[in-house]
Design a protein around this ligand. Structure first.
Ligand code: SF4
Length: 301
């Protein structure tokens, strides 16, 4: 067989398999997160991205193991802290596609504060939340998106709390791209992901990604007959009030799709004049001597 030249390697089209990590997922058989992982690989392929152009940042939880299963740069950070780490990475290298993945407990519970502020800052990130309405990794405790009356290990008589609605919360905090997907509808989900990655600014996709082991209330049979796509109706993605009304429906109809998009607002990076010229910060000279840099590092250690 002839050797492959560097030129051939550069122009070879990417396939979804190119984004397969070295490690196979250890998720439970049937976990919704498989559909999210496959959709993300497909979306990256369709956008013609290459593994070295992508950084995936996650927090802690079953779904936060995703960077290990994806061939790209990856960071598995602290519980709830993926968004600030991703913000720093994006500002350090604004040419990189930065995707953040995690779960509802990680992102809306432990990391709820970061969620609010990353939304309002309009950082150019794609945030994919695998929302299974429970803490799966810690074996089934109530989470911020668990339904009222749901019985879990930590709420044996049923949860008395109202669930957090990430869609209305993101909209009211000024998000510029807000969508909801379902891991049982991977083609639609991959389409939302391509739009979110292409969007200039913060893009949230909250994905119903059932935990088949610990949440027997909101499983695939619960969602399948209820899910309706906004794209199949005449939904106006510039109308935030209707978007909120549709996002609050939780009964025989539960909507997925793109609720809201604002296309013409600058992202945080575009407002930072220091990023205007000279390329990514990470490729610029440090501006400190070796000795000064070493002094700073020593002081912080
Ligand atoms: Fe998925 Fe639930 Fe298993 Fe975690 S515990 S891998 S969320 S099915």
């Amino acid at each position: 067989m002839d050797a492959i030249t560097t030129k051939e390697l550069v122009v070879a089209p990417v396939t979804a398999n190119d984004f397969k990590g070295l490690v196979d997922p250890d998720w439970c058989k049937g976990c919704g997160d498989f559909g999210v992982l496959n959709s993300l690989r497909k979306a990256c392929m369709e956008l013609g991205l290459r593994p070295n152009e992508i950084l995936i940042v996650s927090g802690i939880g079953c779904s936060s193991n995703l960077p290990g299963y994806f061939n790209a740069f990856g960071m598995h950070t602290l519980h709830g802290r993926a968004l600030p780490v991703a913000t720093g990475a994006k500002l350090a290298n604004h040419e990189m596609t930065v995707i953040v993945t995690g779960g509802d407990g990680d992102g809306y519970g432990i990391g709820g504060n970061h969620f609010t502020h990353t939304v309002r800052r309009n950082v150019d990130l794609t945030y994919i939340v695998m929302d299974n309405e429970i803490y799966g990794l810690t074996t089934g405790q109530v989470s911020p998106t668990s339904c009222q009356e749901m019985k879990t290990k930590s709420t044996p008589f049923g949860s008395v709390e109202l669930p957090f609605n990430p869609i209305t919360s993101a909209i009211m905090n000024g998000a510029t791209f807000v969508a909801r997907g379902f891991s049982g509808d991977p083609k639609h989900l991959a389409g939302l992901m391509t739009q979110a990655i292409e969007h200039n600014g913060f893009a949230l996709i909250n994905v119903f990604s059932p935990c088949v082991t610990f949440n027997h209330d909101n499983d695939f049979p619960f969602f399948k007959p209820r899910i309706r796509r906004l794209e199949d109706e005449d939904h106006d993605t510039s109308d935030w009030k209707t978007a909120c009304e549709k996002a609050m429906l939780w009964g025989d109809t539960i909507y997925t799709g793109l609720f809201l998009q604002k296309k013409d607002l600058p992202s945080l990076g575009q407002l930072e004049s220091v990023l205007d010229k000279g390329g990514p910060l990470s490729r610029r000279p440090l501006g400190l001597s070796q000795e000064q840099a070493q002094n700073i590092i020593s002081r912080m250690m």
